[in-house]
Design a protein around this ligand. Structure first.
Ligand SMILES: Cc1cc2nc3c(=O)[nH]c(=O)nc-3n(C[C@H](O)[C@H](O)[C@H](O)COP(=O)(O)O)c2cc1C
Length: 200
């Protein structure tokens, strides 16, 4: 999908190859819960952030805000104070980068459009943007895990965000210490017949 300069490769490859590449990355991505402590090259992080930046969003409001946390002490505090209890997530301490995705509220999509349609657009936008980042990481050979079991107010304090930015998820990033798990894993997923209704 991306060449070495981070540019899309649409001009250099036929459409069918690109499609196969994307599906391969999607199939191979798994939640990574065991990391090497090796640092993530900044160029890789920037490529992931660029993929996130290009995500579509309702009314092009781009409600996402990012905190890229590499500071070891802040990462420790995120895991020990910013995560909710009940799920064992000490493994996140090993991940050398925590990307916090927050939502910047806006009148247009949070209040106006949502009050008409009932669809909470910014949450959709955050999901799309986060997965852009995650799939780009997978293509770069990096492991990630979405963590939604967080205390938003504590996380906001730890990364120094104002009240107008609400933390939604933390995504851990790093090199997997079990990379073999990412080779075509058997995904526990509902069959298409369970989730798709064809309306012809
Ligand atoms: C919005 C969201 C929140 C999640 N929160 C957590 C979490 O708090 N802790 C965790 O270990 N995994 C979390 N996950 C990972 C899911 O458990 C995982 O994606 C799912 O079980 C499918 O497995 P796979 O990602 O390996 O395909 C979350 C995933 C998403 C998309």
């Amino acid at each position: 999908m991306m060449n070495e300069t981070g540019q899309g490769s649409q001009t250099t490859r036929p459409h069918t190859d690109r499609e196969a590449d994307l599906l391969r990355v999607i199939r191979c991505r798994v939640s990574c819960r065991a990391y090497k402590t090796d640092p993530v090259p900044e160029a890789h992080l920037r490529q992931m952030l660029e993929a996130l930046r290009l995500a579509p969003s309702a009314c092009n409001q781009q409600p996402w805000r990012l905190a890229v946390v590499r500071h070891p002490e802040v990462r420790r505090q995120l895991v020990e104070e910013g995560f909710l209890p009940g799920l064992k997530m000490a493994w996140a301490l090993q991940a050398p980068v925590h990307v916090v995705i927050g939502m910047q509220t806006s009148f247009l999509t949070h209040k106006l459009a949502t009050s008409v349609s009932g669809v909470d657009y910014p949450w959709v936008d955050i999901g799309i943007a986060g997965e852009h980042l995650v799939l780009t990481a997978a293509e770069l050979g990096l492991g990630t895990c979405w963590i939604g079991w967080i205390k938003p107010r504590v996380v906001a304090r730890l990364v120094g965000w104002p009240r107008s930015i609400q933390p939604v998820v933390v995504i851990t990033v790093g090199y997997s210490s079990h990379p073999e798990k990412a080779i075509l894993p058997a995904k526990r997923r509902k069959e298409l017949e369970e989730v798709v209704k064809w309306v012809d």
